[in-house]
Ligand binder design. Structure first.
Ligand code: ITT
Length: 202
């Protein structure tokens, strides 16, 4: 079975990735389970660059004999009315240790005067894979939505409570995990990466 080391320190991401990849013939272990925790400087300008930075750092820490594919996800929320903020800085927005209750409340306040039709936003997810032979693959996917008017729902994580899907009349925090994964940026990106990998490894 193909082993995949997933280069993230975010347990919520890892849970979603495991669920999305559940039916595929691969074993996913976190970088911590693999005994790896290199210092990673996410200083790229794009989600794709940052996903590659993370995957390369963990692949380098694992060494050439790893045999496993190293995969990483860089993701975030782009709000059009805020010029794409928080964007690639989504995790660092207002400080890594600031709670998402506070971050979400602050973003809602900044959006206070923004009318409904200008509240467009998207979650973006770039996934990078470094293969054992050094080849690199990337994919990038999005889900479009709107910034809501109040936090809603207790599922998901991060900015989910303020990310509203007008067609379904729910925030992504109100979706069951399976329903979120079926349509989310991460679900789409992980399935696209799985397909790319199948093509390359077959
Ligand atoms: P790693 O870099 O270790 O993977 P991280 O949490 O720092 O973990 P990112 O740099 O990719 O990850 O930042 C992504 C942030 O964007 C994440 O912390 C959330 O705040 C937000 N985000 C990404 N996907 C999300 C989702 O599905 N739902 C809600 N918020 C999300």
């Amino acid at each position: 079975m193909q082993k995949i080391i997933f280069a993230t320190g975010n347990e919520n991401k890892l849970r979603e990735v495991r669920e999305i990849m559940r039916d595929l013939p691969c074993e996913i272990c976190s970088m911590r389970e693999a005994g790896l925790d290199p210092e990673i400087r996410e200083d790229g300008d794009t989600f794709t660059e940052n996903a590659l930075i993370k995957a390369r750092a963990v692949a380098a820490a694992a060494g050439p004999a790893r045999g496993a594919i190293v995969m990483a996800d860089d993701s975030g929320l782009e709000i059009d009315a805020l010029n794409g903020e928080p964007g690639v800085h989504s995790a660092r927005y207002m400080g890594e240790d600031t709670s998402y209750e506070i971050k979400n409340a602050a973003l809602l306040k900044r959006m206070d005067q923004v009318p409904a039709e200008q509240r467009t936003a998207r979650f973006v997810c770039a996934v990078a894979a470094v293969l054992p032979d050094g080849r690199e693959l990337t994919v990038r996917e999005t889900i479009e939505g709107r910034i809501g008017y109040e936090p809603r729902g207790g599922n998901g994580f991060g900015y989910d409570p303020i990310f509203y899907l007008p067609d379904l009349s729910v925030s992504t925090a109100e979706l069951d995990p399976e329903d979120k994964n079926a349509i989310s940026h991460r679900g789409k990106a992980m399935r696209a990466m799985a397909q790319k990998l199948a093509g390359v490894l077959s």
